[in-house]
Write a protein that binds this ligand. Structure first.
Ligand code: GTR
Length: 339
């Protein structure tokens, strides 16, 4: 019965302090001790087996492990928390902590990030990586941070090409008169208009039904998204225009990030970058398997070996953009001049 006095002492102590204002500070200590553990909410548009999803799950696992459970990331996949432009806004204001975002819909918010949405600005994936890993990437990150989004790491999203339910696209003239879904960004609408098409900005989740019912004739995306969404079932012509190579970020709310200790900032960034290594590896495999899957399902695929006609058609998009954003001309040139 050795324990009794101690128990009684604790009970009496709690009874006495509960009648006393001191209880406030006792409880505060307890709460602040556990309040150090945080749970972040994260947004992701993709389905469970998509490379980004698997990599984000890895990010969450690393955070939990390396913070000894003090930082956990509860991820909401498959776009269940809403569309991408809204989610970007939520991460900016701190309603959500983390998101895997395509830089396309970030462009209208952070002008520096919009340069990656200029059609054909990157020659290929390697060029995009070199630009992002250098000074251009630093300027883009700084522009995003000013708008409340810290880019912890970059994910790949391959190259986007046109697909539709009507016919193979081999030249810009084939887009004439077509209704084409684009992500919400004036540059993409300008791109379709420059070829005589009718742009239709629309949330990712609405595209399948719109293609199926003929609300739009086509859209544009990479192989994995074309496949994972089932768009290939309702828009069976995929034409390898590769007009956009848009990177994606693992982004965190700037205030949340800035309030972390320097040590935690480093740990969180390293975990995001490790997840990016995994994402890029899985991405490479998925581009091939998605392509194989849709081609086996009967998709009619055509290469566009000479893209110069498409590139020339984009001149008005560049002219308009650079005239409206003269301060971004050096960044555009920096990317174009990156080897
Ligand atoms: C995907 C991208 C998504 C989303 C989507 C779209 O390739 O990973 O974040 O931007 O395209 O077209 O809306």
């Amino acid at each position: 019965m050795q324990a009794r006095p101690t128990v009684n002492f604790v009970v009496n102590f709690v009874k006495s302090v509960s009648r006393n204002v001191c209880i406030g500070s006792v409880l505060a200590m307890a709460v602040s001790a556990s309040a150090q553990a945080v749970e972040w909410k994260g947004w992701n548009i993709h389905k469970p087996d998509y490379p980004n999803t698997v990599a984000l799950d890895k990010f969450a696992e690393l955070l939990d492990e390396r913070s000894n459970g003090e930082i956990t990331l509860k991820l909401f996949h498959s776009g269940v928390l809403g569309n991408q432009p809204d989610a970007i806004e939520q991460v900016r204001i701190g309603g959500l902590a983390v998101g895997n975002f395509n830089l396309g819909p970030i462009g209208p918010i952070a002008p520096e990030a919009n340069v990656v949405s200029l059609p054909f600005i990157f020659k290929d994936i390697g060029h995009m990586h070199r630009a992002l890993d250098g000074e251009a990437g630093a300027q883009i990150s700084a522009g995003m941070a000013k708008k409340g989004l810290v880019a912890l790491a970059w994910y790949d999203a391959g190259a986007r090409s046109f697909y539709n339910s009507k016919k193979p696209v081999t030249s810009p003239a084939d887009i004439e008169g077509m209704k084409v879904r684009v992500m919400s960004n004036d540059l993409y609408s300008g791109m379709i208009s420059a070829m005589g098409g009718n742009p239709s900005p629309m949330a990712f989740a609405e595209v399948f039904q719109s293609l199926k019912t003929g609300v739009v004739d086509g859209a544009e995306n990479n192989w994995p998204s074309y496949e994972s969404t089932g768009h290939f079932e309702v828009a069976g012509f995929y034409s390898n225009s590769q007009h956009l190579i848009i990177p994606e970020c693992v982004c965190i709310n700037a205030d949340i990030f800035n309030e972390l200790s320097a040590e935690d900032q480093e740990m969180v960034t390293a975990a995001a970058r490790e997840s990016a290594d995994l994402q890029r590896e899985l991405w490479e495999q998925r581009e091939i398997s998605s392509r194989d899957k849709v081609v086996a399902a009967g998709v009619q695929f055509n290469e566009i070996p000479d893209k110069s006609e498409f590139q020339a058609a984009m001149q008005p998009v560049y002219d308009k953009y650079l005239a409206a954003n003269p301060d971004l001309v050096p960044l555009v040139e920096l990317i174009q001049n990156t080897d």
